[in-house]
Design a protein around this ligand. Structure first.
Ligand code: GDP
Length: 289
């Protein structure tokens, strides 16, 4: 038998390495609470465990950290087949996808990207603008819908957002559309009102998917946003936007850790084609570089 010289990892030698790695995670835009939580898990896993005597301890810890990050990023990852689901739908029961997120994260653009993806596969969605307090969002979505050849349902300024959703679903039913994409409000200064509004929309829409849009450039703020929307309506999956402009990658890890929900797609540019399946491994590298 082969004798491998091993030694146990002590807390004293592990601690400075973990401290350094927590700081480097924070520099990559990982929320501090998330970085600490991951360090805590590593501590539990590594202290007292055996490593080959001559192996560099830091390399060993970094490897374990990589595995933890990948685990969090792919934990509840389950690819969905939107096109398949949409094409199997009976028109009287259209697939409803509701998009949530703070203004400016790229919600309108992402909805247009989903519409484009569906259109490219011969499925025309109805696009509904249920943010009736933001004239700009209505107008922008209407333009996208026109450009993409999709029917658009909006509402007058200040109209009941839930009524817009109801109309859109009825429209789809009446005319045989299999998918309804729904935009919602994302003003955050009036938390309580917004929460009520989004809950009402959700009750009326009975969504198949509640999608949270997160801007990868927002770092720590994204954690608060994710908590807010998950508490308000519950989230099924996340789309991370502006990944093309983000060198740090930490926002992905933070929102995945805080919500426990999978990131399924990422926006990688401003064009309709710039929507891709999320790739956890690419983010592990980015976060640790
Ligand atoms: P909304 O307020 O959440 O509806 O945000 P918009 O959809 O209007 O997007 C805000 C800005 O972000 C626009 O200039 C978009 O072109 C830009 N944007 C959205 N998604 C992406 C993306 O994946 N990459 C880049 N670089 N820009 C994006």
């Amino acid at each position: 038998t082969e004798v491998v010289a091993t030694k146990e990892i002590s807390e004293e030698e592990l601690e400075p390495i973990l401290e350094e790695l927590v700081l480097s995670l924070a520099e990559s835009d990982v929320a501090f609470e998330v970085a600490e939580e991951i360090a805590q898990k590593l501590r539990g896993k590594l202290v007292g465990s055996k490593v080959p005597r001559f192996k560099n301890l830091r390399d060993h810890v970094v490897k374990a950290l990589e595995e933890s990050i990948l685990e969090v990023l792919s934990r509840s990852y389950k690819p969905i087949d939107l096109l398949g689901e949409a094409s199997r739908r009976q028109p009287e029961n259209p697939l409803r996808i509701v998009f949530f997120g703070v203004n400016g994260v790229g919600k309108t653009t992402t909805i247009a990207k989903f519409a484009y993806m569906l259109r490219s596969h011969g499925i025309t969605p109805v696009i509904a603008a249920a943010d009736t307090y933001r004239a700009g969002a209505q107008e922008q979505l209407r333009k996208h819908a026109e450009r993409l050849g999709a029917p658009f349902i909006g509402g007058r300024y200040g109209a009941d957002p839930a009524a817009v959703v109801y109309d859109a679903v009825e429209y789809a039913r009446a005319r045989g559309y299999r998918v309804v994409l729904i935009d919602t409000a994302g003003r955050l200064h009036t938390d309580r009102d917004l929460m009520e509004e989004l809950r009402k929309i959700t009750r009326v829409a009975k969504p198949d998917y509640r999608v949270l849009i997160v801007d990868s450039l927002t770092g720590n703020d994204a954690v608060e946003q994710a908590k807010f929307f998950d508490k308000a309506v519950g989230i099924d999956f996340i789309v991370l936007t502006k990944v093309d402009a983000d060198v740090k990658g930490g926002t992905a890890l933070s929102v995945a850790a805080v919500t426990g929900k999978p990131i399924l797609f990422m926006g990688v540019g401003q064009r309709y084609e710039d929507l891709e399946p999320f790739e956890p491994r690419r983010f592990v590298e980015r976060i640790l570089s």
